[in-house]
Ligand binder design. Structure first.
Ligand code: TRP
Length: 450
């Protein structure tokens, strides 16, 4: 059995947990989760979200890590080779292709949004926000989006940093940098949580997230929750398979998966508990949508003691969180170029970085020059978001579950996961529950049900 990876292996469980949590914790936790929870009635959303995370997310993340480690290859060859080795068709590699493509495409808009946090971090340092109103902050945000040059500069910085880290390799780039970025992120988040507890309406924020109100559960919150679960766990986007390919054989997949899923959920909740109390303390609206951080929270900071300092810390944290995710979106493509085309890591990083950079202009211009250019009523940014979050990822996740549940011999999963009596539960979930739930949600998203 081939038991190494040409790219190197993570040092151990902790390294993997940090790197995988780095992938899962990102804009999805700190920017997307709070505003989606806010839009979907807070607590009502939470319950459905937690069910999606543990019923669909956890079994799938285990499956993806297993595929990666078993095949020790990039997602396309990992799924393809496992299928062929087990007397099925190499056509299954389509699942890998969809995943790899998702991660790649997501990076083209993720880098742009991550760039916004650099702009805001600097704005707070320069003291740009003082006793601002929501209307003013809204205008500042809109003006910023209308300025392609700024968006391009910051997206370029993010893409450059991302490609630099993956270009340095699994050990010297990813592992080494994650070792300071993840602890840094957690410390910053806790500092901001402390600030929020001290000066925000903590109880109100807490109630907003946790006070259970079943009347607010709707079909829409179910869809939003599932979509969020996929996004926040970096599922069906190549990242987890790619990282799994570097996991040492001795590591327990269930253990690391559980820790990663729990950490990701925990950090999303802490981010919510840090953000909402500040919003409420300033009498602002939690249902703001994508502008929650850049408009609402920014307004809150600007009206609070030491707000500029904590605003700076907040956006610094957001930038770090985004970077630890962006590197995971491209590692699958990196591994593919290195393994298939025999390119060096540096060459792969340069070529991929240039392509991502060009494609990111589509998202940049969606907010200004090309804001009127629509494909089926969506800007380029919305189209890429829709194609990945609503089509490629749910479909990819469903096929992944079917592949592991029905094609890959049961004995392989049994040996890889080493779950003991829990194996049956995992196996039946991934066989029946996961694909079925995804199909239902997928069809309703496309408008066939409900
Ligand atoms: N999970 C990350 C977040 O919450 C985003 C992310 C990282 C991602 N890698 C991914 C999303 C791959 C989809 C696919 O921000």
């Amino acid at each position: 059995m081939q038991d190494n990876s040409r790219h190197g292996l993570w040092k151990g469980n902790l390294s993997f947990i940090l790197i995988a949590t780095g992938s899962t914790v990102g804009l999805g936790n700190i920017w997307r989760f709070p505003y989606i929870a806010g839009e979907n009635g807070g607590s009502a959303f939470m319950l459905v979200y937690l069910v999606s995370i543990f019923l669909i997310g956890l079994p799938l993340i285990m499956a993806e890590i297993m595929i990666g480690r078993k095949a020790r290859a990039n997602p396309i060859d990992a799924v393809g080779n496992l299928a062929k080795e087990n007397k099925s068709t190499g056509a299954w590699s389509i699942v890998g292709i969809m995943s790899l493509l998702s991660g790649f495409l997501i990076l083209t808009f993720y880098a742009v949004i991550a760039g916004w946090s650099i702009e805001y971090l600097l704005d707070f340092v320069l003291g740009a926000f003082k006793e601002t109103t929501t209307a003013d902050a809204g205008k500042t945000f809109n003006d910023f989006l209308k300025s392609p040059s700024k968006l391009i500069i910051w997206a370029t910085v993010i893409i450059f940093a991302t490609m630099l880290i993956v270009g340095l390799g699994v050990k010297k780039g990813l592992e080494k940098n994650i070792n300071w970025m993840m602890p840094g992120l957690v410390v910053l988040l806790l500092v901001i949580l402390g600030y929020s507890m001290a000066s925000g309406s903590f109880i109100e924020g807490f109630k907003f997230l946790f006070a259970f109100d079943s009347s607010k559960i709707s079909a829409d919150s179910f869809l939003a929750a599932l979509g969020q679960a996929f996004f926040t766990l970096s599922l069906a986007a190549g990242a987890i398979i790619a990282y799994g390919a570097y996991l040492p054989r001795e590591s327990s997949i269930p253990k690391v998966s559980f820790t990663v899923v729990l950490s990701d959920t925990f950090i999303a909740i802490i981010a919510g508990l840090a953000i909402f109390p500040l919003v409420f303390a300033n009498g602002l609206n939690a249902g703001e949508g994508p502008g929650l951080l850049f408009v609402t929270l920014t307004t809150a900071f600007s009206n609070m003691p030491f707000g500029s300092f904590f605003g700076f810390l907040f956006f610094a944290m957001l930038t770090i969180a985004a970077l630890t995710s962006s590197i995971s979106m491209i590692e699958a493509s990196m591994a593919f170029c290195i393994e298939r085309f025999k390119w060096s890591r540096v060459k792969s990083a340069i070529v991929l970085g240039v392509i991502v950079w060009f494609l990111s202009l589509g998202t940049v211009f969606s907010f200004n020059y090309w804001s009127e250019f629509k494909i089926f009523g969506k800007t380029i940014f919305d189209s890429i978001d829709y194609l990945t979050s609503s089509i490629l990822m749910p479909l990819g996740g469903m096929f992944m579950a079917i592949f592991v549940g029905w094609i890959l011999p049961k004995k392989i999963s049994k040996a890889e996961l080493n779950l003991g009596t829990w194996f049956g539960l995992w196996f039946n979930t991934i066989r029946f529950v996961t694909p079925l739930l995804i199909i239902i949600v997928f069809l309703s998203k496309l408008g066939f049900i409900g």
